[in-house]
Design a protein around this ligand. Structure first.
Ligand code: DX5
Ligand code: ZN
Length: 223
């Protein structure tokens, strides 16, 4: 199987974003854009204007990960500026299905993000309608945190759920993924690996992206 790599830009050099993203582009399948509002999480990152700018400078699809308390207010806007996938945290809305439908209606693929403290069952009613289950292996808010090992069994649980329901949703693992932790996430059933600080490390992002790409190719060729 082909494992996909999706760098999170959270720890990239924002003063040179186009250069940073283009420097890793050839080794990656997606870019993972973490949107934070200071409410759902403490941190504030960026909004549709920056997504639109990124859309102009890279040719890979964009997955917008909304860590915001009012996703319905912004979904159409993010879709309009070029988000190919939009994921949100279902516990913040009264009816996740409405927001899933809104994302799809806006022409993007929908995803549901699973916070480490939220049970996988929360997303069970929706797996047939989404393109990605985003399993968080850190507490949302900041890049550069350590992979939470206790989430690994939940990744396997999400994988079983997707298979049992015949959904073609991909499993994306987000948080603390690096050359040491990636094997655990893949063994548990990840299809897409987000890597932020492991790639945008302030040293050599293209070399780090290539190393991660090579590791994923090795892990993917085992199955
Ligand atoms: C966390 C974000 C991330 C992320 C990835 O709130 O959702 O996508 O931190 O960065 P690393 O790989 O540094 O954990
Ligand atoms: Zn994320």
């Amino acid at each position: 199987m082909t494992l996909k790599l999706s760098p999170s830009i959270l720890t990239a050099d924002f003063s040179a974003l186009a250069t940073e993203l283009r420097s890793v582009s050839e080794w990656v399948d997606w870019f993972h854009l973490d949107v934070m509002d200071g409410h759902y999480v403490e941190n504030i990152t960026f909004g549709p204007t920056v997504v639109e700018a990124i859309r102009r400078v890279v040719d890979r699809p964009l997955h917008v990960h909304l860590m915001i308390s009012e996703p319905a207010r912004y979904v159409d806007w993010f879709a309009r500026v070029g988000a190919d996938r939009i994921s949100f945290h279902p516990e913040v809305v009264p009816d996740p299905r409405t927001v899933v439908d809104q994302i799809r209606g806006a022409g993007a693929q929908a995803g549901l993000a699973v916070h480490p403290d939220v049970p996988v069952e929360t997303i069970a009613p929706f797996v047939g309608d989404i393109a990605v289950v985003l399993m968080m292996t850190v507490r949302p808010g900041f890049g550069g945190q350590a992979y939470l090992d206790e989430v690994t069994p939940k990744i396997a649980h999400a994988r079983r759920l997707v298979e049992k329901t015949g959904s073609d949703a991909e499993i994306e693992v987000d948080g603390g993924v690096n050359l040491t932790t990636v094997d655990r996430a893949v063994d548990a059933g990840a299809d897409i690996l987000v890597a932020g600080s492991a790639i945008f490390d302030g040293k050599n992002p293209p070399a780090a992206a290539r190393r991660m790409r090579e590791r994923l190719d090795v892990l993917g060729s085992r199955t």
